[in-house]
Design a protein around this ligand. Structure first.
Ligand code: GAL
Length: 329
């Protein structure tokens, strides 16, 4: 049974996307069968009137990788899940979009590895769905971007390979598809010191040689990019492992920057820890140009499968990005 607080939140379903309603979440999200939505570091693809949610499957016992100087808590890499919804409120589990493998620890998708922050974009030219994700070893020394492809949004996705774009490290990442069809991979690079943005090839399956360094020396991760009024906004977190910190946003005239850092988009109590969460994606409203859904993870580092979610409205008001908690939170 959900607690009173949770019920209040469910009741606080707000008219968000014009005729579509989004459920703002702080806590667990259940699918239409009452099962916990297992989709962390998630992203949403809007395709043919349906929202497809993709995220990391976290299950099993959480353990701390020995010998690391940071919060290297892990569960076995569970692959990528997919859920669909027509209203961002009722989610149907569609299965495992990208399955992990077992028995060969040299394979990128082995359960002993790291598969994080999957993001899917649709390529109108090739009619393929392309998934990019962070692939790593458990000590995060591998730092590669993995790519998989499917004919159907829900998969199954066929894994192609992982790469270091232009020889550069790639950890926390997202993909941004611009209105002209160009897609960009945005990732923490250079040992998390600097982010990079790399233009993807026309089929979205490879990095091109065109890339830029952004937020140089600022140590940012958890990128989420969106566009508003011809400007490009990038929300990121600081690097404190699974522990929450203050988000900031930056703005540019193009997806490759240069980005100008503005400040914390969160307002009100809890803003200094992104309301105990870490950014993963920003979904534009299909009807209202200044309204977005800000999606974030509330990590439970000691029991990672118990991590849950924070979904809040994000608005842009004359160039200022605002994320606020809802009444009753
Ligand atoms: C976070 C990152 C997560 C995960 C975690 C591992 O900073 O955003 O995606 O990689 O570190 O500790």
């Amino acid at each position: 049974m959900p607690g009173t607080k949770h019920l209040l939140l469910i009741l606080a379903v707000l008219c968000f996307f014009g005729k579509t309603q989004a459920q703002y979440i702080k806590g667990e999200l259940n699918d239409i069968n009452g099962r916990f939505v297992n989709a962390h570091g998630a992203g949403i693809l809007f395709y043919n009137g349906i929202y497809y949610l993709f995220g990391e499957i976290k299950k099993g016992k959480t353990w701390l990788v020995p010998g690391q100087q940071w919060e290297d808590y892990r569960v076995p890499a569970g692959g990528v899940s997919c859920y669909s919804s027509s209203d961002l409120e009722h989610w149907k589990y569609l299965g495992i979009a990208l399955a992990p493998s077992t028995g060969d620890s040299t394979k990128d998708l082995d359960t002993g590895r790291v598969i994080e922050r999957p993001k899917v974009v649709y390529n109108y030219k090739t009619k393929k769905f392309v998934m990019w994700m962070h692939i790593d070893k458990k000590d995060y020394s591998y730092s590669q971007a993995g790519v998989a492809v499917s004919d159907k949004p829900e998969g199954p996705y066929q894994y192609i390979r992982s790469v270091r774009p232009n020889g550069q490290m790639a950890r926390d990442m997202t993909v941004f598809k611009d209105s002209d069809g160009k897609a960009f991979l945005i990732y923490s690079s250079e040992d998390n010191n600097t982010m990079q943005v790399c233009l993807l090839s026309a089929d979205y399956l490879s990095p091109t040689e065109r890339y830029s360094r952004i937020l140089v020396g600022r140590r940012r991760e958890a990128p989420a990019m969106f566009k508003n009024g011809g400007k490009y906004y990038l929300i990121t977190s600081s690097c404190t492992g699974w522990s929450p910190n203050a988000a900031t946003y930056a703005v540019a005239n193009g997806p490759m920057g240069p980005f100008r850092e503005i400040g914390n988009p969160c307002q009100g109590p809890g803003a200094e820890t992104t309301f105990d969460a870490q950014s993963t994606f920003v979904l534009p409203s299909k009807d209202e140009p200044d309204n977005y859904l800000f999606m974030a993870d509330r990590w439970n580092k000691l029991d990672l499968p118990k991590s849950d979610y924070l979904w809040l409205p994000l608005t842009v008001d004359k160039g200022k990005v605002i994320i606020q908690q809802q009444t009753g939170d």
